[in-house]
Design a binder for this molecule. Structure first.
Ligand SMILES: Nc1nc2c(ncn2[C@@H]2O[C@H](COP(=O)(O)OP(=O)(O)OP(=O)(O)O)[C@@H](O)[C@H]2O)c(=O)[nH]1
Ligand SMILES: [Mg+2]
Length: 112
């Protein structure tokens, strides 16, 4: 089966885990639980597997980028800076996320 490895990145509390939960139909959690380390969620998508790496805060997350084929980058405000990750990236504003649509857009950029 086709598999893709996708990083979920952005500032703390920018909605990364919320994005992954909504994409996987796991519901919306109002409380904030900071992610520790990184959680990898294999997720079915149209006969493919997306391995979603939901990162917590940490100085060394960039070291994983060579493994990644694409990234969702969450921002809290429109003016927040977005780093160049060197891979196809879909930027998502926290308050305007539409995870299924955002993921479709990323996969288009990845030519999947
Ligand atoms: N109102 C509203 N709250 C949101 C939205 N997205 C996330 N939140 C809330 O924002 C908080 C932080 O969300 P998380 O998804 O845990 O943030 P995170 O980026 O994974 O944070 P770290 O794991 O610490 O890096 C939680 O309390 C969520 O309920 C949104 O679109 N609207
Ligand atoms: Mg998180």
């Amino acid at each position: 089966m086709e598999q893709y490895t996708i990083a979920i990145l952005g500032e703390p509390a920018s909605g990364k885990t919320t994005f992954v939960n909504l994409l996987r139909d796991c519901g919306f959690e109002k409380r904030y639980f900071a992610t520790v380390g990184c959680e990898v969620h294999p997720t079915d998508w149209d006969g493919k597997i997306l391995n979603l790496w939901d990162f917590g805060r940490g100085p060394n997350n960039e070291r994983h980028m060579p493994l990644m084929q694409g990234a969702i980058y969450m921002i809290r405000k429109k003016t927040d800076p977005v780093p160049d990750l060197g891979i196809p990236t879909q930027v998502v504003l926290k308050r305007a996320m539409d995870p299924k649509k955002d993921m479709s857009e990323l996969l288009k950029k990845m030519s999947v």
